[in-house]
Design a protein around this ligand. Structure first.
Ligand SMILES: [Zn+2]
Ligand SMILES: [Zn+2]
Ligand SMILES: [Zn+2]
Length: 457
Protein backbone atom coordinates (compact mmCIF):
# COMPACT_ATOMS: atom_id res chain seq x y z
CA UNK A 1 0.00 0.00 0.00
CA UNK A 2 2.79 2.39 -0.86
CA UNK A 3 1.04 4.64 -3.32
CA UNK A 4 -2.42 5.86 -4.20
CA UNK A 5 -2.78 3.51 -7.14
CA UNK A 6 -2.71 0.50 -4.84
CA UNK A 7 -5.11 1.86 -2.27
CA UNK A 8 -7.95 -0.29 -3.46
CA UNK A 9 -7.64 -4.00 -2.95
CA UNK A 10 -7.15 -5.77 -6.25
CA UNK A 11 -8.83 -9.10 -6.69
CA UNK A 12 -7.90 -11.52 -9.46
CA UNK A 13 -10.02 -14.63 -9.90
CA UNK A 14 -9.35 -17.69 -11.98
CA UNK A 15 -12.56 -19.63 -12.44
CA UNK A 16 -12.78 -23.15 -13.82
CA UNK A 17 -11.14 -26.54 -13.90
CA UNK A 18 -8.16 -25.86 -16.15
CA UNK A 19 -5.27 -24.42 -14.17
CA UNK A 20 -2.42 -22.55 -15.87
CA UNK A 21 1.01 -24.25 -16.15
CA UNK A 22 2.44 -22.00 -13.49
CA UNK A 23 0.01 -20.68 -10.94
CA UNK A 24 0.15 -16.97 -10.25
CA UNK A 25 0.17 -15.88 -6.64
CA UNK A 26 -2.04 -12.93 -7.53
CA UNK A 27 -4.96 -15.17 -8.41
CA UNK A 28 -7.51 -16.88 -6.29
CA UNK A 29 -8.62 -20.12 -7.90
CA UNK A 30 -12.33 -20.96 -7.84
CA UNK A 31 -14.23 -23.87 -9.37
CA UNK A 32 -17.43 -21.96 -10.10
CA UNK A 33 -18.51 -18.30 -10.08
CA UNK A 34 -21.07 -18.92 -7.32
CA UNK A 35 -18.64 -17.91 -4.60
CA UNK A 36 -18.48 -14.38 -6.01
CA UNK A 37 -22.10 -13.84 -5.22
CA UNK A 38 -22.13 -15.79 -1.98
CA UNK A 39 -19.11 -13.93 -0.60
CA UNK A 40 -19.99 -10.62 -2.36
CA UNK A 41 -16.53 -10.46 -3.95
CA UNK A 42 -15.68 -7.47 -6.10
CA UNK A 43 -13.13 -8.81 -8.59
CA UNK A 44 -11.08 -6.55 -10.89
CA UNK A 45 -10.05 -9.26 -13.28
CA UNK A 46 -11.51 -12.70 -13.97
CA UNK A 47 -10.04 -15.44 -16.12
CA UNK A 48 -12.44 -18.14 -17.28
CA UNK A 49 -11.07 -21.59 -18.02
CA UNK A 50 -13.99 -23.83 -18.76
CA UNK A 51 -15.71 -25.71 -21.59
CA UNK A 52 -17.34 -23.36 -24.09
CA UNK A 53 -20.90 -24.65 -23.41
CA UNK A 54 -20.64 -23.64 -19.76
CA UNK A 55 -18.64 -20.50 -20.46
CA UNK A 56 -21.46 -18.66 -22.27
CA UNK A 57 -23.83 -19.24 -19.37
CA UNK A 58 -21.20 -18.06 -16.87
CA UNK A 59 -20.49 -14.94 -18.97
CA UNK A 60 -24.18 -14.04 -18.99
CA UNK A 61 -24.35 -14.48 -15.21
CA UNK A 62 -21.22 -12.43 -14.58
CA UNK A 63 -22.29 -9.55 -16.83
CA UNK A 64 -25.74 -9.62 -15.27
CA UNK A 65 -24.47 -9.29 -11.74
CA UNK A 66 -23.59 -5.87 -10.38
CA UNK A 67 -20.39 -7.19 -8.77
CA UNK A 68 -18.90 -8.30 -12.07
CA UNK A 69 -20.88 -6.49 -14.79
CA UNK A 70 -17.98 -4.18 -15.72
CA UNK A 71 -14.82 -5.99 -14.64
CA UNK A 72 -12.14 -7.25 -16.99
CA UNK A 73 -13.03 -10.79 -18.07
CA UNK A 74 -10.57 -12.80 -20.11
CA UNK A 75 -11.16 -16.27 -21.50
CA UNK A 76 -8.82 -19.13 -22.34
CA UNK A 77 -10.81 -20.10 -25.40
CA UNK A 78 -13.52 -18.33 -27.36
CA UNK A 79 -17.15 -19.40 -27.03
CA UNK A 80 -20.11 -18.13 -29.09
CA UNK A 81 -20.79 -15.27 -26.66
CA UNK A 82 -17.24 -14.42 -25.61
CA UNK A 83 -16.71 -11.79 -28.36
CA UNK A 84 -19.78 -9.96 -27.00
CA UNK A 85 -19.30 -10.43 -23.26
CA UNK A 86 -15.61 -11.05 -22.56
CA UNK A 87 -12.68 -8.69 -23.08
CA UNK A 88 -10.31 -10.93 -24.99
CA UNK A 89 -8.15 -13.96 -24.51
CA UNK A 90 -5.89 -14.45 -21.54
CA UNK A 91 -2.18 -14.78 -22.04
CA UNK A 92 0.85 -14.54 -19.76
CA UNK A 93 1.25 -10.80 -20.25
CA UNK A 94 -2.30 -9.81 -19.39
CA UNK A 95 -0.83 -7.17 -17.05
CA UNK A 96 -0.67 -4.51 -19.76
CA UNK A 97 -4.32 -5.06 -20.55
CA UNK A 98 -5.17 -4.93 -16.87
CA UNK A 99 -3.23 -1.69 -16.31
CA UNK A 100 -5.22 0.06 -19.04
CA UNK A 101 -8.44 -1.14 -17.47
CA UNK A 102 -7.33 -0.07 -14.00
CA UNK A 103 -6.24 3.41 -15.06
CA UNK A 104 -9.52 3.98 -16.87
CA UNK A 105 -11.46 2.69 -13.88
CA UNK A 106 -9.76 5.25 -11.63
CA UNK A 107 -10.88 8.06 -13.93
CA UNK A 108 -14.59 7.23 -13.69
CA UNK A 109 -16.58 9.78 -11.73
CA UNK A 110 -19.99 8.60 -12.90
CA UNK A 111 -22.26 6.61 -10.59
CA UNK A 112 -23.57 4.14 -13.08
CA UNK A 113 -25.04 1.11 -11.35
CA UNK A 114 -28.69 2.13 -11.29
CA UNK A 115 -28.95 3.45 -14.84
CA UNK A 116 -28.58 1.30 -17.93
CA UNK A 117 -27.45 4.17 -20.16
CA UNK A 118 -24.71 5.13 -17.69
CA UNK A 119 -23.80 1.45 -17.34
CA UNK A 120 -23.23 1.27 -21.06
CA UNK A 121 -21.12 4.45 -21.13
CA UNK A 122 -18.99 3.17 -18.26
CA UNK A 123 -18.56 -0.22 -19.91
CA UNK A 124 -17.46 1.34 -23.21
CA UNK A 125 -15.10 3.63 -21.33
CA UNK A 126 -13.52 0.78 -19.32
CA UNK A 127 -13.01 -1.41 -22.37
CA UNK A 128 -11.91 0.99 -25.11
CA UNK A 129 -11.37 -1.74 -27.67
CA UNK A 130 -14.87 -3.09 -27.21
CA UNK A 131 -17.46 -2.17 -29.80
CA UNK A 132 -21.06 -2.90 -28.90
CA UNK A 133 -21.82 -5.35 -31.67
CA UNK A 134 -25.11 -7.08 -32.43
CA UNK A 135 -25.20 -10.85 -32.68
CA UNK A 136 -27.41 -12.40 -35.32
CA UNK A 137 -29.91 -14.75 -33.77
CA UNK A 138 -31.89 -16.46 -36.56
CA UNK A 139 -34.31 -18.06 -34.11
CA UNK A 140 -35.41 -14.77 -32.53
CA UNK A 141 -38.02 -12.60 -34.21
CA UNK A 142 -35.77 -9.52 -33.86
CA UNK A 143 -33.06 -11.36 -35.88
CA UNK A 144 -30.33 -9.42 -34.06
CA UNK A 145 -29.62 -8.59 -30.47
CA UNK A 146 -26.92 -7.17 -28.23
CA UNK A 147 -25.87 -9.84 -25.70
CA UNK A 148 -24.37 -7.30 -23.27
CA UNK A 149 -27.65 -5.37 -23.12
CA UNK A 150 -29.58 -8.62 -22.75
CA UNK A 151 -27.48 -9.54 -19.75
CA UNK A 152 -28.59 -6.25 -18.16
CA UNK A 153 -32.22 -7.10 -18.77
CA UNK A 154 -32.81 -4.89 -21.82
CA UNK A 155 -35.11 -6.78 -24.20
CA UNK A 156 -33.86 -7.06 -27.79
CA UNK A 157 -37.02 -5.30 -29.09
CA UNK A 158 -36.26 -2.27 -26.92
CA UNK A 159 -32.53 -2.12 -27.48
CA UNK A 160 -32.63 -0.71 -31.03
CA UNK A 161 -34.61 2.43 -30.30
CA UNK A 162 -32.88 2.80 -26.95
CA UNK A 163 -29.47 2.87 -28.65
CA UNK A 164 -30.76 5.30 -31.26
CA UNK A 165 -31.85 7.69 -28.50
CA UNK A 166 -28.39 7.54 -26.89
CA UNK A 167 -26.84 8.18 -30.29
CA UNK A 168 -29.10 11.19 -30.79
CA UNK A 169 -27.83 12.65 -27.50
CA UNK A 170 -24.30 12.28 -28.80
CA UNK A 171 -23.34 9.78 -26.06
CA UNK A 172 -22.48 6.94 -28.40
CA UNK A 173 -21.81 6.87 -32.12
CA UNK A 174 -22.42 4.18 -34.67
CA UNK A 175 -19.24 2.60 -35.83
CA UNK A 176 -20.57 0.81 -38.91
CA UNK A 177 -23.82 -0.25 -40.46
CA UNK A 178 -24.00 -4.02 -39.97
CA UNK A 179 -27.21 -4.83 -41.77
CA UNK A 180 -30.65 -3.63 -42.81
CA UNK A 181 -33.60 -5.79 -41.90
CA UNK A 182 -37.34 -5.62 -42.40
CA UNK A 183 -40.07 -6.46 -39.96
CA UNK A 184 -43.78 -7.25 -40.10
CA UNK A 185 -45.83 -4.05 -39.82
CA UNK A 186 -48.36 -5.80 -37.60
CA UNK A 187 -46.28 -7.69 -35.03
CA UNK A 188 -42.65 -6.54 -35.71
CA UNK A 189 -41.40 -10.05 -36.37
CA UNK A 190 -38.49 -10.45 -38.76
CA UNK A 191 -39.56 -13.95 -39.72
CA UNK A 192 -40.99 -13.15 -43.10
CA UNK A 193 -41.58 -15.23 -46.18
CA UNK A 194 -41.38 -13.26 -49.40
CA UNK A 195 -43.94 -14.77 -51.72
CA UNK A 196 -44.82 -13.91 -55.33
CA UNK A 197 -48.48 -13.95 -56.33
CA UNK A 198 -50.73 -13.35 -59.34
CA UNK A 199 -51.43 -9.61 -59.75
CA UNK A 200 -55.00 -10.39 -60.88
CA UNK A 201 -56.30 -12.95 -58.37
CA UNK A 202 -53.47 -13.09 -55.75
CA UNK A 203 -53.13 -16.85 -56.19
CA UNK A 204 -49.70 -18.24 -55.41
CA UNK A 205 -50.05 -20.87 -58.14
CA UNK A 206 -47.99 -19.06 -60.71
CA UNK A 207 -45.17 -20.35 -62.88
CA UNK A 208 -42.86 -19.26 -65.67
CA UNK A 209 -44.27 -20.15 -69.04
CA UNK A 210 -43.07 -19.83 -72.64
CA UNK A 211 -45.83 -17.94 -74.54
CA UNK A 212 -46.46 -16.84 -78.11
CA UNK A 213 -48.33 -13.87 -79.52
CA UNK A 214 -50.23 -14.26 -82.81
CA UNK A 215 -50.02 -11.12 -84.98
CA UNK A 216 -53.09 -12.14 -87.00
CA UNK A 217 -55.63 -12.09 -84.17
CA UNK A 218 -53.59 -10.78 -81.25
CA UNK A 219 -54.06 -13.94 -79.19
CA UNK A 220 -51.45 -14.61 -76.51
CA UNK A 221 -51.14 -18.12 -75.10
CA UNK A 222 -48.95 -20.92 -73.89
CA UNK A 223 -46.43 -22.08 -76.50
CA UNK A 224 -47.56 -25.74 -76.28
CA UNK A 225 -51.05 -24.83 -77.51
CA UNK A 226 -49.64 -23.31 -80.72
CA UNK A 227 -47.87 -26.53 -81.70
CA UNK A 228 -49.20 -28.82 -84.38
CA UNK A 229 -47.51 -31.72 -86.19
CA UNK A 230 -45.43 -29.47 -88.35
CA UNK A 231 -44.67 -25.93 -87.21
CA UNK A 232 -47.00 -23.62 -85.30
CA UNK A 233 -50.53 -22.43 -85.73
CA UNK A 234 -52.70 -20.13 -83.64
CA UNK A 235 -55.21 -22.04 -81.45
CA UNK A 236 -57.59 -19.06 -81.73
CA UNK A 237 -57.64 -18.14 -85.45
CA UNK A 238 -55.86 -21.28 -86.84
CA UNK A 239 -53.49 -19.14 -88.90
CA UNK A 240 -50.16 -20.84 -89.65
CA UNK A 241 -47.33 -19.00 -88.02
CA UNK A 242 -44.01 -19.30 -89.86
CA UNK A 243 -41.79 -16.33 -89.24
CA UNK A 244 -41.03 -14.86 -85.85
CA UNK A 245 -41.30 -11.08 -86.02
CA UNK A 246 -43.64 -11.33 -89.03
CA UNK A 247 -46.39 -13.80 -88.02
CA UNK A 248 -45.82 -13.96 -84.29
CA UNK A 249 -43.43 -13.06 -81.46
CA UNK A 250 -42.69 -13.94 -77.86
CA UNK A 251 -44.46 -11.57 -75.48
CA UNK A 252 -42.58 -10.23 -72.46
CA UNK A 253 -45.41 -11.50 -70.24
CA UNK A 254 -43.91 -14.84 -69.35
CA UNK A 255 -45.53 -15.73 -66.05
CA UNK A 256 -48.76 -17.64 -65.93
CA UNK A 257 -51.37 -18.02 -63.20
CA UNK A 258 -53.15 -21.35 -63.16
CA UNK A 259 -55.83 -19.88 -60.90
CA UNK A 260 -57.22 -17.29 -63.36
CA UNK A 261 -55.21 -18.25 -66.49
CA UNK A 262 -53.82 -14.72 -66.92
CA UNK A 263 -50.26 -14.08 -68.02
CA UNK A 264 -48.20 -11.19 -66.79
CA UNK A 265 -44.67 -9.73 -66.65
CA UNK A 266 -44.10 -9.24 -62.99
CA UNK A 267 -45.67 -11.03 -60.06
CA UNK A 268 -46.67 -9.15 -56.92
CA UNK A 269 -44.34 -9.74 -54.02
CA UNK A 270 -45.79 -9.84 -50.51
CA UNK A 271 -44.07 -10.49 -47.22
CA UNK A 272 -46.07 -13.02 -45.29
CA UNK A 273 -45.37 -12.92 -41.58
CA UNK A 274 -44.67 -16.40 -40.26
CA UNK A 275 -45.90 -15.39 -36.81
CA UNK A 276 -49.11 -13.43 -37.30
CA UNK A 277 -49.82 -14.54 -40.93
CA UNK A 278 -50.42 -10.96 -42.07
CA UNK A 279 -49.46 -10.32 -45.69
CA UNK A 280 -47.46 -7.09 -45.75
CA UNK A 281 -46.90 -5.03 -48.84
CA UNK A 282 -43.17 -4.43 -49.14
CA UNK A 283 -43.67 -0.71 -48.61
CA UNK A 284 -45.48 -1.42 -45.33
CA UNK A 285 -42.63 -3.36 -43.74
CA UNK A 286 -40.68 -1.63 -40.99
CA UNK A 287 -37.10 -1.08 -42.03
CA UNK A 288 -34.42 -1.10 -39.35
CA UNK A 289 -30.72 -0.38 -39.77
CA UNK A 290 -28.56 -2.43 -37.44
CA UNK A 291 -25.40 -0.69 -36.22
CA UNK A 292 -22.55 -1.35 -33.88
CA UNK A 293 -21.62 1.38 -31.42
CA UNK A 294 -18.76 2.95 -29.56
CA UNK A 295 -18.40 5.83 -27.13
CA UNK A 296 -18.78 9.41 -28.38
CA UNK A 297 -17.00 12.42 -26.93
CA UNK A 298 -20.02 13.55 -24.92
CA UNK A 299 -20.27 10.03 -23.47
CA UNK A 300 -16.61 10.12 -22.47
CA UNK A 301 -17.12 13.44 -20.72
CA UNK A 302 -20.11 12.11 -18.80
CA UNK A 303 -18.09 9.14 -17.55
CA UNK A 304 -15.15 11.31 -16.53
CA UNK A 305 -17.11 14.18 -15.03
CA UNK A 306 -19.84 12.17 -13.39
CA UNK A 307 -22.60 14.36 -14.75
CA UNK A 308 -24.89 14.30 -17.69
CA UNK A 309 -24.07 17.76 -18.94
CA UNK A 310 -23.44 17.05 -22.57
CA UNK A 311 -20.60 18.46 -24.59
CA UNK A 312 -21.82 21.98 -23.99
CA UNK A 313 -22.67 22.24 -20.32
CA UNK A 314 -25.00 25.15 -20.52
CA UNK A 315 -25.42 27.63 -17.76
CA UNK A 316 -27.56 29.52 -17.12
CA UNK A 317 -30.66 27.64 -18.06
CA UNK A 318 -30.87 24.19 -19.49
CA UNK A 319 -30.58 23.21 -23.09
CA UNK A 320 -33.87 22.59 -24.86
CA UNK A 321 -34.66 19.48 -26.80
CA UNK A 322 -34.40 19.82 -30.58
CA UNK A 323 -38.19 19.71 -30.83
CA UNK A 324 -38.64 22.58 -28.38
CA UNK A 325 -35.96 24.58 -30.15
CA UNK A 326 -37.56 23.98 -33.57
CA UNK A 327 -40.91 25.06 -32.21
CA UNK A 328 -39.45 28.17 -30.62
CA UNK A 329 -37.63 29.41 -33.72
CA UNK A 330 -40.64 28.71 -35.94
CA UNK A 331 -42.86 30.76 -33.65
CA UNK A 332 -40.30 33.55 -33.29
CA UNK A 333 -39.87 33.66 -37.04
CA UNK A 334 -43.62 34.23 -37.50
CA UNK A 335 -43.67 36.93 -34.85
CA UNK A 336 -40.59 38.55 -36.36
CA UNK A 337 -42.22 38.70 -39.79
CA UNK A 338 -45.34 40.31 -38.33
CA UNK A 339 -43.61 42.80 -35.99
CA UNK A 340 -40.36 43.47 -37.84
CA UNK A 341 -38.10 41.98 -35.16
CA UNK A 342 -34.58 40.83 -35.90
CA UNK A 343 -33.00 37.76 -34.30
CA UNK A 344 -30.01 35.56 -34.95
CA UNK A 345 -29.45 31.82 -34.81
CA UNK A 346 -25.90 30.64 -34.23
CA UNK A 347 -24.47 27.16 -34.69
CA UNK A 348 -21.16 26.31 -33.03
CA UNK A 349 -19.43 23.10 -34.01
CA UNK A 350 -16.20 21.45 -33.04
CA UNK A 351 -14.99 19.96 -36.26
CA UNK A 352 -12.04 17.79 -35.33
CA UNK A 353 -12.83 16.86 -31.75
CA UNK A 354 -11.90 13.19 -31.88
CA UNK A 355 -8.69 13.81 -33.80
CA UNK A 356 -7.88 16.64 -31.39
CA UNK A 357 -8.39 14.47 -28.30
CA UNK A 358 -6.33 11.67 -29.83
CA UNK A 359 -3.53 14.10 -30.62
CA UNK A 360 -3.48 15.92 -27.26
CA UNK A 361 -4.25 12.92 -25.09
CA UNK A 362 -7.58 12.82 -23.28
CA UNK A 363 -6.54 14.51 -20.05
CA UNK A 364 -4.89 17.53 -21.66
CA UNK A 365 -7.36 17.58 -24.52
CA UNK A 366 -10.39 17.75 -22.24
CA UNK A 367 -8.75 20.55 -20.23
CA UNK A 368 -8.33 22.67 -23.37
CA UNK A 369 -11.80 21.81 -24.47
CA UNK A 370 -13.21 22.86 -21.09
CA UNK A 371 -11.46 26.21 -21.33
CA UNK A 372 -12.91 26.84 -24.76
CA UNK A 373 -16.40 25.73 -23.72
CA UNK A 374 -16.20 28.00 -20.69
CA UNK A 375 -15.56 30.92 -23.05
CA UNK A 376 -18.46 29.98 -25.25
CA UNK A 377 -20.68 29.58 -22.19
CA UNK A 378 -19.74 33.04 -20.98
CA UNK A 379 -21.15 34.54 -24.17
CA UNK A 380 -24.58 33.05 -23.57
CA UNK A 381 -27.14 35.34 -21.96
CA UNK A 382 -30.06 34.37 -19.75
CA UNK A 383 -32.46 35.23 -22.51
CA UNK A 384 -30.75 33.12 -25.15
CA UNK A 385 -32.15 29.71 -25.94
CA UNK A 386 -29.86 26.79 -26.61
CA UNK A 387 -30.12 23.30 -27.91
CA UNK A 388 -27.62 20.67 -28.88
CA UNK A 389 -27.90 18.64 -32.04
CA UNK A 390 -25.36 16.12 -33.30
CA UNK A 391 -25.73 17.61 -36.81
CA UNK A 392 -25.54 21.34 -36.05
CA UNK A 393 -23.61 21.26 -32.78
CA UNK A 394 -24.60 23.91 -30.24
CA UNK A 395 -27.54 25.94 -31.50
CA UNK A 396 -28.25 29.32 -29.96
CA UNK A 397 -31.25 31.54 -30.53
CA UNK A 398 -30.27 35.13 -29.74
CA UNK A 399 -33.41 37.26 -29.58
CA UNK A 400 -33.19 40.90 -30.73
CA UNK A 401 -29.60 40.50 -31.79
CA UNK A 402 -28.45 41.58 -35.21
CA UNK A 403 -26.03 39.43 -37.11
CA UNK A 404 -23.27 42.15 -37.04
CA UNK A 405 -23.30 42.12 -33.23
CA UNK A 406 -22.58 38.39 -33.34
CA UNK A 407 -19.19 39.01 -34.88
CA UNK A 408 -18.22 41.16 -31.91
CA UNK A 409 -19.33 38.50 -29.44
CA UNK A 410 -17.46 35.72 -31.16
CA UNK A 411 -14.26 37.58 -31.75
CA UNK A 412 -13.62 36.78 -28.07
CA UNK A 413 -13.71 33.10 -28.82
CA UNK A 414 -11.31 33.53 -31.68
CA UNK A 415 -8.98 35.53 -29.47
CA UNK A 416 -8.84 32.60 -27.13
CA UNK A 417 -8.28 30.21 -29.96
CA UNK A 418 -5.34 32.14 -31.34
CA UNK A 419 -3.80 32.36 -27.87
CA UNK A 420 -3.96 28.60 -27.44
CA UNK A 421 -1.18 27.81 -29.86
CA UNK A 422 -0.85 24.27 -28.56
CA UNK A 423 -4.43 23.36 -29.14
CA UNK A 424 -5.87 23.05 -32.58
CA UNK A 425 -9.58 22.68 -32.03
CA UNK A 426 -11.31 23.70 -35.20
CA UNK A 427 -14.44 25.62 -34.36
CA UNK A 428 -17.03 26.53 -36.93
CA UNK A 429 -19.39 29.35 -36.02
CA UNK A 430 -22.22 30.10 -38.41
CA UNK A 431 -24.93 32.69 -37.98
CA UNK A 432 -28.22 33.18 -39.78
CA UNK A 433 -30.69 36.00 -39.47
CA UNK A 434 -34.41 35.87 -38.71
CA UNK A 435 -36.98 36.52 -40.03
CA UNK A 436 -36.84 34.37 -43.11
CA UNK A 437 -39.92 34.16 -45.29
CA UNK A 438 -38.79 31.03 -47.13
CA UNK A 439 -39.30 28.79 -44.18
CA UNK A 440 -40.72 25.62 -45.77
CA UNK A 441 -42.47 22.78 -43.96
CA UNK A 442 -39.55 21.25 -42.16
CA UNK A 443 -37.49 23.39 -39.75
CA UNK A 444 -34.64 20.91 -39.68
CA UNK A 445 -34.28 20.99 -43.46
CA UNK A 446 -34.51 24.78 -43.46
CA UNK A 447 -31.83 24.99 -40.78
CA UNK A 448 -29.52 22.57 -42.58
CA UNK A 449 -29.83 24.35 -45.93
CA UNK A 450 -29.55 27.79 -44.41
CA UNK A 451 -26.47 26.96 -42.29
CA UNK A 452 -24.82 25.31 -45.28
CA UNK A 453 -25.31 28.47 -47.31
CA UNK A 454 -23.34 30.78 -44.98
CA UNK A 455 -19.62 31.01 -44.37
CA UNK A 456 -18.16 30.29 -40.96
CA UNK A 457 -17.48 33.57 -39.09
ZN1 LIG B 1 -46.53 -10.38 -38.02
ZN1 LIG C 1 -54.46 -15.91 -84.03
ZN1 LIG D 1 -54.56 -15.36 -61.12
Amino acid sequence: MSNDGELFQELFLWIGQDLPKTTDAKFEYLQTPNEIIVKQLLPDCIVLSMPTEVQDEVLMTLRHHELTSHCLILVLQDSPLSPYLANGTWDEDYTQHYQTYKSRKQQIKLRYYDDNAYKLLAYLWLHPEFILTPQSVPSSSTLFNYPLLNSWGIAPEESFSWLTSLKRKGWIESNSLINRVRFCGACQSGHLNYIDTCPQCQSIEIEMQASLHCFNCGHIGKQDRFKKKLGLSCPNCTQNLRHIGVDYDRPIENQHCSGCDSIFIEANVDAECLHCKVHNKLADLQVRNIYDYRLETTGRRIVRQGKDQGLFALLPGDAMTNTQFDWLITWQNQLAIRHGHEHTIVSIQMLNLNAFLAQEGETKGFAHLDALLERIRSTIRNTDACSYSPIHGLLLFLPFTKIDQIKVIYSKIFELKSRQTVSNIEVSIRAIALPDKNWGDDVQIWLTDKLASVESL
